[in-house]
Design a protein around this ligand. Structure first.
Ligand code: DHB
Length: 390
């Protein structure tokens, strides 16, 4: 199907759907939200975590917004961007969802953005973290984070703490490009030197050859970004290759010391300094309540993906309360400028960029009560996405 025909069919289907629904019936029907997640495939832990956050939101609110029932339709894209796009189209045309949400990886979010634009359906990115995603459509907003936020935070910390020469290692796609560039630019600005920039493929990476290269290059530290789910395998190989014993420090974005896997990483993770927006150990009363209720419901520790899902539902709900259930541009406008206390700390949806403004923490992996946690010890308050030109 040509692009233009596809757009026209979508528009016609939407117009027909709206015309056929009498107002009174529309009010009594549930509000539908379509969530597309990788429930299978390489990034399945992201789907599991976000679903857990959505379930907690449903439990706490009775699954209602302003007295009206909310139906959350979860679809599995299998970590395949073409599937994400196809499912988004079905959710908009057939299910008439007021919002699309989820999006486990950047390519899935980017593949769907044109559907959001064409159908004027707000799209809430709960996981993917390449800066440019919010610029792909005026209907995109985000409750996860951006790699420039995390990379700049650790590039501020490292040179002040004895790290002058680094090698960088990132997953070779959107968020990895952002992490590599924003880390290197800020690190060099702060007087540091980048000796080498290495990449591994998103799918089925083998870390052995790049780690051997790092060993030979002998930097003060290795800076790493890998997507959620790859951290444990990476840490295992980092130890097996003896890089820790060779005196090469590891610094990372918090995706690598992910709370979903951290408990199983073993002592090799101890002392790894990293930057991120959420730790399950964040010491606020709101987070303690969140973690306790999440674990009681889902039987596993929440990570940053879970919080992105939970906050994404809260953001959509706050918007729908204002619009009295209406979607489209009204819902998009109602989400801009929203601010509330997340388990991670206070967050704001920047009204200009539609991206998230939040605290970025510097954390160290420590053992408490026999388990590993990311313990926050420094913070950059209310950081906007450094990747936005505006
Ligand atoms: C993306 C995916 C992740 O699992 C992550 O931790 C960060 C970014 C992404 O594809 O944008």
């Amino acid at each position: 199907m040509t692009h233009r025909r596809h757009v026209l069919q979508l528009a016609a289907a939407l117009a027909l759907g709206a015309a056929m629904l009498p107002a009174a019936q529309a009010q009594s029907e549930p509000i539908k939200i379509g969530v597309i997640l990788p429930m299978t495939g390489q990034q399945a832990s992201t789907g599991k975590q976000i679903e857990g956050g959505i379930k907690l939101w449903q439990q706490q609110t009775g699954g209602k917004i302003g007295g009206r029932k909310v139906e959350v339709i979860i679809k599995d894209d299998g970590t395949v961007p073409d599937q994400t796009r196809r499912l988004a189209q079905e959710l908009v045309v057939n299910d008439k969802v007021v919002a699309l949400a989820g999006f486990g990886i950047t390519p899935s979010a980017l593949a769907t953005a044109p559907i959001a634009t064409q159908s004027k359906t707000p799209m809430v990115v709960m996981a993917a973290a390449t800066s440019a995603i919010t610029e792909a459509s005026p209907f995109v907003t985000r409750t996860s984070f951006t790699l420039p936020q995390a990379a700049v935070a650790i590039a501020e910390w490292a040179p002040k703490n004895g790290i002058k020469k680094v090698v960088t290692l990132v997953a070779d796609y959107g968020p990895g490009n952002d992490a590599e560039k924003f880390f290197a630019d800020r690190f060099k600005l702060n007087g540091g030197q980048v000796l080498e920039q290495l990449r591994t493929p998103l799918r089925s990476p083998d870390f052995a050859p790049v780690l051997q290269k790092v060993r030979d290059t002998k930097p003060d530290a290795l800076f790493v970004f890998l997507p959620s789910g790859q951290g444990a395998q990476f840490m295992k190989q980092f130890a097996e290759r003896g890089l820790d014993k060779a005196g090469i420090r590891l610094i990372a974005t918090g995706d690598v010391t992910d709370d979903d896997q951290l408990a199983d990483m073993g002592d090799v993770a101890l002392g790894v300094v990293n930057s991120h927006h959420y730790s399950a150990a964040h010491p606020s009363p709101a987070n303690k309540k969140f973690v306790a209720e999440f674990e009681a419901l889902n039987k596993f520790r929440p990570n940053f993906m879970a919080v992105g899902g939970y906050d994404g539902m809260r953001l959509i709900a706050k918007g729908l309360e204002q619009t009295k259930g209406a979607g489209g541009q009204a819902l998009m406008d109602a989400m801009k400028g929203q601010t509330f206390e997340s388990p991670r700390g206070n967050i704001l949806i920047d009204a200009q960029t539609r991206d998230i403004v939040q605290d970025m923490y510097i954390r160290k992996v420590e053992k408490k009560d026999g388990q590993l946690w990311n313990i926050e010890f420094d913070v950059i308050k209310q950081m906007k996405d450094p990747g936005k030109s505006k």
